[in-house]
Design a protein. Structure first.
Length: 267
């Protein structure tokens, strides 16, 4: 039985007081996702699990006709308020639809691009959701998925450190969630091989790249705060360059591809 809080507004997890590496990660993840969607006048784009709508608004600002699909009534309401108050807006606002990701209420081939950023690990039926995203995308269109990697280099280092401490020191295991543990509201703990496996059943992948390297590494945020801003920025950019070419190590993986019409799944 599906159990979910449809009135949740996610205000408890909207980041505040971000560290330099968090700011960099979220900004880069957004830029890569939206760039791959190819927003421009005349294109129709769907934002799946659109949340409070900031990405949908950014796509609309670029000139695309955007639909945000989100099951939470509160989040959809917040999205409308944010969109109406966005000072960058010129032209049409996004449209908002309450919908499950695995049962999208759109005809086959309705969109030039579909994005799902930082949300698929919250879905209880992620592969069915990818199948639906592929279905509603035109054959020449593109589906873009941005997913947190819980086997990133930073996660591996942090886990190895904790395991070493537990072996060498007479202490019990650390309580609470560690950075390499999926949060309680995630249904899937993703790593790159699983991402590829699920996406490739429904998409002909054209892009697989990483975003950011080192987020959550022990002591990394504190070190960046003590560096001159230009040096910190340069370090983040250099590590991001590596992440793009080594997505298995990256903090976030972005996958993009065209729909495979021959791919089917039992829903």
């Amino acid at each position: 039985m599906r159990v979910i809080d449809l009135d949740r507004d996610m205000s408890d997890v909207i980041p505040t007081g971000l560290t330099p590496d968090s700011q960099f990660l979220f900004a880069r993840m957004t830029d890569v996702t939206l760039d791959l969607a190819g927003a421009e006048p005349g294109r129709r784009i769907l934002d799946v699990a659109s949340g409070v709508g900031q990405d949908a608004v950014s796509l609309a600002v670029r000139g695309a006709a955007v639909v945000g699909a989100e099951p939470s009534a509160r989040m959809s309401g917040m999205a409308r308020l944010f969109a109406e108050g966005d000072g960058r807006r010129e032209g049409a606002l996004p449209s908002w639809v309450r919908a499950w990701s695995d049962a999208l209420p759109f005809a086959t081939g309705s969109f030039d691009a579909v994005i799902c950023k930082g949300a698929i690990d919250h879905f209880d039926r992620p592969e069915e959701a990818v199948a639906e995203m592929a279905r509603v995308t035109r054959p020449t269109g593109r589906v873009v998925l941005a997913i947190a990697n819980f086997e990133s280099l930073a996660c591996r280092v942090a886990r190895a450190r904790d395991e070493l401490r537990e072996r060498l020191l007479p202490r019990p295991p650390r309580r609470g969630r560690r950075g390499y543990d999926a949060p309680s509201d995630h249904f899937t703990r993703y790593e790159l091989d699983l991402m590829r496996e699920q996406a490739s059943r429904h998409l002909d992948l054209e892009v697989v790249e990483g975003v950011s390297l080192g987020w959550g590494m022990p002591g990394w945020s504190q070190a960046l705060r003590h560096l001159p801003s230009g040096v910190a920025r340069g370090a983040l950019q250099a590590l991001d360059w590596i992440a793009r070419r080594a997505p298995a190590w990256a903090d976030v993986a972005v996958l993009a591809g065209r729909p495979r019409r021959s791919a089917t799944i039992s829903l």
